[in-house]
Design a protein around this ligand. Structure first.
Ligand code: PMP
Length: 427
């Protein structure tokens, strides 16, 4: 196929043939990733002329569907007025205000170019503010690819990190304490041991990186209480979750107030972006106000800011999240019905339009349970879906994202494909 030829050529020029490892088909048995030529609404068109219903949504940002005219127009206008200034603009003020209104825990914000940069800087700010070095995170949660957060998900109750990636110094990994999500006892134990040395805790308030996993009732409240007792800052990594379930952050849904919040993905409307924000006294650590340095040639560029504004304008319309929820629920119910019919064991975690399917019989509340999902079953499922024109992320952990462009007919077609896939998986 043209896809295969393209991938072959890509392999000689681009490392692994992909510009982000998650795009390779390594986790689903290898081979050439489908090379896409065009995307519009809920659909992808590959270089061989095949059409797909897309649930990857570019790993989350494309919540209003591909090439939404309102976002395209914002980008065109931005381009016509100059793509990059290196000076302040009016748009970034407007956007900062929009974000602050939607996420009340942020008194001040700063724009970056990616979620990685946003999280990386919150770590620096937390360290600057507390004068401490150690950080804490939850096992299996991804916070971008900066050194400190590429630390192995230990499966013990509380572990000092070992590097997850070559090139991450052991000394850096050792500054990171990893605890299981949804385990208040392990969290308390770790805080008793290291609480006074920890600058900040990175929290995906609703986990998006081993599928969608909600905090059990009371868990995050415990995290907040103990963190406060020990003078540890709470950093919500809402790169996936912000504007995913309602017009705002997950923190608001949960009724909790982090000290810092990292954003990305949806808030760029498809262009590169990140942002972080929080309490005034914490944010005032950042240069030029304070001693913690962070900068960026492309940061706050007019294009990303204006596509971001356009995307949030679309999401602020009434009924958007109810509709994502309705379609997500249809998917969940239909998939469960087919699974039952064909005796395929699955668990679905769903929040509004984001759902993950685990090939396991247990509830998934933490990384170990997600990890138990059968990778071979997923690989089979992934291929059978792709063959029927349904594009999913090639990873057993990644959620399906319904977008505002998906229709009931798309859901019908998808559910028929799921039914056939499950039928064949059990042959
Ligand atoms: N944090 C979370 C929770 C993420 O899911 C991601 C990306 N998947 C990041 C940070 C990093 O964002 P980016 O890829 O934009 O650097």
């Amino acid at each position: 196929t043209t896809s295969e030829r393209h991938h072959e050529e890509a392999l000689t020029h681009i490392v692994g043939g992909v510009n982000s490892p998650s795009r390779s088909y390594k986790a689903v048995g290898g081979g050439s990733p489908t090379v896409m030529a065009r995307a519009k609404g809920a659909y992808f068109y590959d270089v061989d002329g095949n059409k797909y219903i897309d649930y990857l949504a570019a790993y989350g940002p494309i919540i209003t569907g591909h090439a939404h005219p309102h976002i395209t127009k914002a980008l065109t206008t931005a381009a016509e007025n100059g793509l990059l200034y290196g000076t302040p603009t009016e748009h970034e003020i407007k956007f900062a205000k929009m974000l602050k209104e939607a996420i009340p825990s942020m008194d001040k914000v700063r724009f970056t170019n990616s979620g990685t940069e946003a999280v990386m800087t919150t770590i620096r700010v937390a360290r600057a503010y507390t004068g401490r070095t150690k950080m804490m995170k939850f096992a299996g949660c991804y916070h971008g690819h900066s050194d400190l957060v590429l630390v192995a998900a230990g499966s013990g109750p509380a572990t000092l990190g070992t590097p997850d990636s070559a090139g991450v110094p052991k000394t850096i990994a050792e500054e990171v304490i990893t605890v299981p999500f949804n385990d208040p006892a392990a969290f308390k134990e770790a805080m008793d041991l290291w609480g006074s040395e920890i600058a900040g805790i990175l929290v995906e308030p609703i986990v998006g990186n081993f599928g969608m996993v909600e905090p059990n009732p009371g868990f995050l409240e415990t995290v907040h209480t103990l963190a406060k007792e020990h003078g540890v800052l709470i950093i919500y990594d809402e790169v996936i979750t912000a504007f995913r379930f309602h017009y705002g952050a997950a923190s608001t849904l949960l009724g909790l107030k982090p000290d810092l919040t990292a954003l990305g993905k949806i808030i760029g409307g498809g262009l590169p972006i990140g942002a972080y924000g929080g309490k005034k006294e914490v944010m005032d650590q950042v240069a030029p106000n304070g001693p913690a340095y962070q900068a960026g040639t492309m940061a706050g560029n007019p294009a990303s800011i204006q596509t971001g504004i356009a995307c949030l304008e679309l999401l602020s319309q009434p009924g958007v999240y109810e509709e994502l929820d309705r379609l997500g629920k249809r998917l969940e119910e239909g998939i469960l019905e087919s699974a039952k019919k064909h005796h395929v064991t699955i668990t679905i975690n769903r929040i509004k339009g984001a759902l993950s399917i685990y090939f396991t019989g247990v509830n998934v509340e933490n990384y170990d349970q997600a990890e138990a999902s059968d990778g071979e079953m997923f690989a089979k499922f992934f291929r059978l879906m792709l063959d029927q024109g349904i594009n999913l992320a090639p990873s057993k952990y990644e959620a399906w994202f319904v977008t505002t462009a998906h229709t009931d007919e798309d859901i019908d077609v998808t559910l028929q494909a799921v039914d056939r896939a499950f039928e064949q998986m059990n042959e």
